[in-house]
Design a protein around this ligand. Sequence first.
Ligand SMILES: Cc1ncc(C[n+]2csc(CCOP(=O)(O)OP(=O)(O)O)c2C)c(N)n1
Ligand SMILES: [Mg+2]
Length: 330
Amino acid sequence: MKPTADQRKAMYSQIVRSREFDDRVLELYFADKMPVFDLAKGVIPGEIHSSHGQEPCAAGTMPHLSLEDTITSNHRPHHHAICRGLDLNKLAAELMGKKTGYCAGKGGHMHIYSVEHKFSCSGIIAEGMGPAAGVALANKMRGQAGIAVSYMGEAAANQGAFHEVMNMAGIYKLPYICIIEDNNWGVSVSKKASTAIERNSERAASYGVYGEYVEDNDCDLIFEAMARCVERARSGQGASILEIQTYRLKGHMHGDQMAYVPQEEVAAMKDCVVEYRNKLITEEVLTEEKADEIVSQQKSEVDAAIQFGLDSPYPDPDDAFQNIYAGVSP
Ligand SMILES: Cc1ncc(C[n+]2csc(CCOP(=O)(O)OP(=O)(O)O)c2C)c(N)n1
Ligand SMILES: [Mg+2]
């Protein structure tokens, strides 16, 4: 199933939106952390793992998911959250620890949670697999529609949870998709040094599930591969591992200069936003003017969201006692 022209324009808008958001966050991140770098200080406290380069993994897969479906993400969640349609204002505010954020400022960038979007994420790698597969099992047992998808990096496939969850997903033929964004690095450890086989999608054979590898960081190819995995999940054919070759254009987190990445590897990385723009213009899906219009529209929405975050209040001290237990007010 190939994406239509409108779907391709929408995917371009999404990768631009995500990139603009991450660029603004990067700009702001170092404000007030100097002269001596202090992680806890500044407008955006804590670590930030940006999605620079990995945007197509979310933009190409999300169009197949509805609000009935459940999504879990990882420590690098901005592209997932944005392509899922989460509110940019509440997202920006959460990164800044503000009261108006998705978790009232308590979560920060690795803990964004939206019931409305059935979206959550976690700083513990591979953590999202269990809850997603659990939702898939519940939906299946209740005869309800809705599949579950977890997004993670290639290094997370070496976490024990991967084996346990994929085995059960295979046994129960769960409507579940594990998306592996292979950027070749787990912090500063290359995949070669941590993973015995070349392709994580080949592990699917060990669990009796479907595996597919997308060789290029391209929205269209990812869209087509995800269509096959989703069709299987929705029609009772069971789980999939969808492995996507992507790139991490920045360091593991802001402040990491990537000194450990070989120069040839850095030189070979293409910028997926530029590539997709050129492709759509060459194939006459977009004109230069229309592409520029999309960029300025997204830029202004991102600027407004960042301003919303900056203008929002910090939580009150008493808020520390709110939302600790579900459904219980102090
Ligand atoms: C269970 C667990 N072990 C270790 C860490 C520390 N850690 C945070 S991110 C990361 C590497 C993640 O690499 P990958 O899964 O490939 O995702 P990427 O950062 O490349 O997107 C590690 C080891 C963690 N958060 N959770
Ligand atoms: Mg990785």
